[in-house]
Design a binder for this molecule. Structure first.
Ligand SMILES: [Zn+2]
Length: 211
């Protein structure tokens, strides 16, 4: 029986690398599948990994209906034996439900990959729906590390060098503001101590926690 499987991790946890490896494993056995991604760092219609691998992918925007898309492929006699769906945190709840329908009604395995929580430590809608619906949830074992060496479980949003905890869920850099992300352990996310702040502390003894 086909399954809806969710691999989750923070940024830098090797999520896209695993998505690419999974696609490769199936393709090397002659299996045909579809590869989706959304807002990848390499641009629209790509999956790229930090260790340099990349492949073309179907870009997911809000208007895409996964179930209808797959039905169209099948109607054109295209084989669809598996689906890889990266950056699933950016999908809508409805799109996750469409993926579940593909598993149940078409008996196609769907492998999803995504970040669990956003920079405010709240679940992304796509990831929340996956936690609710997936047959299997696998936290990635190659954990990214916080600057302190602990396992990083959260992402910090850093605008012009300063960590922020409020704002839109998805935000990219503009001409005025450089938006960056850093993975932190929960302790340092809660205390808002980024690697830069910790370095400043050791260089200048500026209090870390606002004492
Ligand atoms: Zn830490």
């Amino acid at each position: 029986m086909a399954q809806l499987i969710f691999f989750c991790g923070t940024m830098d946890s090797g999520k896209s690398t695993l998505a690419l490896q999974t696609a490769h494993n199936h393709q090397s056995r002659g299996r045909k599948g579809l590869i989706f991604s959304s807002k990848d760092r390499a641009g629209s219609g790509k999956i790229s990994s930090r260790i340099g691998l990349r492949t073309d992918a179907i870009e997911v925007d809000e208007s895409l209906n996964f179930h209808e898309y797959v039905l169209e492929q099948l109607a054109q006699s295209q084989k669809v034996e598996f689906i890889i769906a990266d950056e699933a945190q950016f999908y809508t709840s409805a799109q996750i439900e469409q993926l579940a329908t593909i598993v149940d009604s078409l008996d196609i395995d769907v492998f999803t990959f995504g970040i669990l929580t956003d920079f405010r430590t709240e679940l992304f809608p796509g990831s929340a729906r996956l936690v609710e619906l997936a047959d299997e949830i696998n936290p990635l074992q190659v954990g990214a590390l916080c600057w302190c060496g602990s396992r990083a479980t959260h992402q910090a949003r850093i605008i012009n060098g300063v960590m922020v905890t409020e704002g839109e869920q998805i935000l990219l850099s503009t001409a005025d503001d450089v938006v960056a992300y850093e993975v932190l352990c929960r302790r340092h996310h809660m205390r808002q101590v980024t690697s830069r702040k910790s370095r400043d502390y050791y260089a200048t003894n500026v209090p870390l926690f606002g004492e």
